[in-house]
Design a protein around this ligand. Structure first.
Ligand code: PAF
Length: 254
């Protein structure tokens, strides 16, 4: 039976009593889709206790409008998690996660402030800070992150190494629609008319010889491009389509 924890102290009290069982966690901001489900399924398979956190983290949004319209689908999320056999769901409130406001935070080295870190000021700080809090609360053996947010996944892996957090970061492949479109909570914000255009992002990233060629092709398809760059053997991009921001990345062809 799934259990939902809304109180951090109650959660922490329960967690302190768990011994001799492996714990896995999937940190999320809700609005769950098949991409999340694949992380949860793996977490379920590999651990005695499967935990999911749902917290729309204000500190990682640089645009208040983006935070406001971020989809919130708690009832459907809990139904999905129950069907996937999740044991515990942690749903803390903002004042519980940030009892003194946002006074202390993780500051990435300026070298890390590229891509999302450059185009969404404060994003990486917010993600690393909340993930540090969540990992300390859950004290999981393994935490599951999707490769769709490739830079986030790398930064979190660095965070646990740097701060000696005893949680293994498990990177999981991006789940795509049959069209190639990467699953994302933001896809549901796309107006129906632009849904058909969105898969071109993946097609263009995989099909272009260079980042410059990808940028030109994306612009020709009506995307407004934040960046397209090759790093870490991946081609990574963020674009706007009808005001909705989409990110994706693919391996760079050798
Ligand atoms: O990828 C997300 O959903 C969020 O950035 C995360 C990792 C849950 C932190 O808020």
């Amino acid at each position: 039976m799934i259990r939902v924890w809304r109180s951090v102290p109650k959660w922490a009290g329960w967690r302190a009593g768990v011994t001799g069982m492996s714990v896995g966690v999937v940190p999320t901001m809700g609005a769950l889709h098949r991409g999340h489900a694949s992380l949860v399924e793996r977490c379920r398979r590999e651990n005695d206790i499967a935990v999911v956190t749902i917290f729309v983290n204000p500190s990682q949004f640089n645009d208040p409008q983006d935070l406001e319209r971020y989809p919130r689908t708690m009832e459907a999320d809990l139904k999905l998690l129950e069907s996937l056999g999740v044991d515990e769901v942690l749903v803390p409130g903002v004042s519980e996660m940030y009892p003194n406001g946002y006074r202390l935070r993780v500051e990435p080295h300026p070298e890390m402030l590229v891509l999302e870190g450059m185009h969404r000021p404060g994003f990486l700080q917010g993600v690393l800070t909340v993930v540090l809090k969540l990992l300390n609360l859950v004290r999981a053996d393994r935490a599951y992150f999707g490769e769709k947010d490739y830079q986030q996944m790398r930064a979190v892996a660095e965070l646990v190494r740097e701060f000696f957090i005893p949680t293994e970061i498990v990177a999981c492949p991006t789940v795509r629609e049959p069209s190639g479109l990467a699953m994302s909570s933001r896809n549901q914000l796309l107006p129906a008319a632009s849904r058909g255009n969105a898969p071109a992002l993946y097609r263009i990233l995989t099909g272009s010889e260079t980042p410059a060629a990808a940028r030109a092709a994306l612009e020709a398809h009506g995307f407004q491009v934040d960046y397209v760059e090759d790093r870490w053997d991946r081609r990574l991009a963020a674009v706007f389509l009808d005001g909705i921001r989409l990110v994706d990345n693919v391996p760079v062809r050798k």
